[in-house]
Design a protein around this ligand. Sequence first.
Ligand code: DX5
Ligand code: ZN
Length: 221
Amino acid sequence: MIIAPSILSADFARLGAECDAVLAAGADMIHFDVMDNHYVPNLTMGPMVCRALREYGVSAPIDVHLMVEPVDSLIEQFAAAGATYISIHPDGTRHLDRSLTLIRDLGCRAGLVLNPAVPVAVAEPVLSRLDMLLLMSVNPGFGGQEFISYTLEKISSARRMIDSSGLPISLEVDGGIKVHNIADVARAGADTFVVGSEIFAASEYQSVVSRLRSEAQSAIL
Ligand code: DX5
Ligand code: ZN
């Protein structure tokens, strides 16, 4: 089980220290939201910020979520900037297979992200290209939105699809995950949990990260 704090809700003026703090609090991976004011109506961080975090000393996996269109040149820039995972939306690229192949060719792990209204079946043809399937449980663009409950059904069906493929694909869920609902997300079959506002709004990260982990673990025992 992986807890991936989304630094979209961190203090951008202290980003390196915020990454250190959530990792020291027990988080596993940094979720890095890239928004281009085109694919989504918000503008965040680019590859220079990812590189700066690596140079600052962040050695944990960095999980780059590209909410951009087009994607291919940013895939190259993020691979060079030290990304571990690079995840893309199918409607962010004209040639999905080519973009996913590019991510792996550049030495990164490839993820496909599906918005709430996009069926899980979209991932089926490209499963062999994936290291991660990321299901959005909010509409992308902003932190702090409410979890869309119908996505639980999609998480279960993605879990069945991945299990029957026999492929080692992580199932990540992003948006609206809190201490009070992470157990439902785990029970539906997710193994990787993006959590933004719930962690960074807390005055102390360690207790919220451990509550998230124990809630998720209790659901799958
Ligand atoms: C939304 C982003 C999320 C967001 C999650 O477009 O992809 O990663 O930061 O934040 P919370 O946990 O606050 O919904
Ligand atoms: Zn995200």
